[in-house]
Design a protein around this ligand. Structure first.
Ligand code: PLP
Length: 363
């Protein structure tokens, strides 16, 4: 079976993990954590990085650090992974959903229309590695005195006007889940230039324990710490990130060439939005095919190829159910299909995948 995603693990990851094993520092204190935080902050060109046990808790910490409160509203794109909205709910606040542009990132015009007196912030998502229009989003936010958080869970190293995503607003959040561009197994990061936010995130990450006074707890916090073991994997991945990005770019170019003359599908992010990084290679299928997207997925699965549909709109989920129309998001969600995209994917496998899709839809 060719999976949709799979982490790349080399001797470097093994070596660092082995070092942690031998040192005995397998919990949430250790050299690799400090190094990974420093190197990741450097990579993002921010003053601080705070590592967490996953991307969702990093998002939660970001919102807590911004003092998000019960009853307040946060604007969130309707097409994203559910964690983006759940983090808002954890604070007792309300995610207000808006449609996306055709590139899958939040529609700035809709964003502005969704602002109410209760709105305090916006979470922009760099969906599938494609940078959201941060200039416009920051401008709107500034005019309405809102904060902005970037959910860059799928976009490590993507850039906008030469700035790394995650560093273009108050706080950036990343995930290092097994299927993300770089991974620590489970893991996440919050990056910021603001020392007050970084310290608050550190405090809340460690059960609310005062950063200077051990076992003194001025507030109720959480245990959202990353382990030194995970950081060892993360540091190795970060040292290899250029190589990982280049390989993903090659995979994308290979798919692009093979899909060039297909009539029944469109390549998502075909123009390759400036600065985008390929998380999962995606295609958009015409809706008048004899073979529906779900049939196609099933038949590809039978041929040993795993694929994944685009996210379903969050307003179609019971906790966030709404009857409103989100025209662009709905269309992407219906047509979009993610194809295998990972470091060890072989050129012959890419050819096999495209050939199977051709057989099924280009009759
Ligand atoms: C993966 C992901 C998250 C959450 O990360 P976890 O590490 O799985 O908790 C949040 N937002 C988006 C857009 C994601 O893709």
């Amino acid at each position: 079976m060719i999976p949709v995603a799979s982490p790349t693990i080399t001797d470097l990851e093994r070596k660092y993990v082995q070092e942690v094993m031998e040192s005995g520092w397998i919990s949430s204190t250790g050299d690799f954590l400090t190094k990974f935080e420093n190197k990741f902050a450097e990579f993002c060109n921010t003053n601080f990085a705070v590592m967490t046990n996953n991307g969702t808790t990093a998002l939660h910490l970001a919102l807590l650090a911004l003092d998000l409160k019960q009853g307040e509203e946060v604007i969130v794109p309707v097409l994203t992974y559910i964690a983006t909205a759940n983090a808002v709910s954890y604070c007792g606040a309300k995610p207000v959903f808006v449609d996306v542009f055709a590139d899958g990132t939040i529609d700035c015009n809709e964003l502005e229309k969704a602002i109410t007196p209760k709105t305090v912030g916006v979470i922009a998502v760099h969906l599938y590695g494609i940078p959201a229009n941060m200039n416009q989003i920051n401008e709107i936010a500034k005019n309405h005195r809102l904060w902005v958080v970037e959910d860059a869970a799928e976009a490590h190293g993507a850039t906008l006007h030469n700035r790394i995503v995650g560093s273009i607003s108050e706080i950036g959040v990343f995930s290092f889940y097994g299927n993300k561009i770089i991974s620590t197994g489970e893991g996440g990061a919050l990056v910021t230039n603001n020392p007050v936010i970084a310290n608050k995130a550190r405090l809340l990450r460690g059960q609310g324990m005062d950063l200077k006074r051990r076992y003194y707890f001025p507030t109720i916090g959480y245990n959202y710490r990353m382990t030194n073991l995970a950081a060892a994997i993360g540091l190795a991945q970060l040292e290899r990130i250029r190589e990982i990005q280049d390989r993903r770019q090659e995979i994308r170019n290979h798919y692009n060439i093979l899909f060039k003359n297909f009539e029944s599908l469109e390549i998502f992010d075909k123009g390759h939005k400036t600065g985008s990084k390929c998380w999962l290679y995606s295609i958009l299928l015409s809706e008048d095919l004899s073979c529906s997207r779900d049939d196609l997925q099933y038949k590809l699965h039978e041929a040993g190829i795993e694929t994944r549909p685009f996210f379903q709109l969050l307003t179609e989920m019971p906790p966030y159910f709404e009857n409103r129309k989100f025209k662009v998001g709905e269309e992407l969600s219906r047509k979009g299909l993610n194809l295998p995209t990972f470091f060890d994917l072989q050129p012959s496998q890419i050819e096999y995948i495209v050939e199977n899709i051709r057989k099924l839809i280009e009759k």
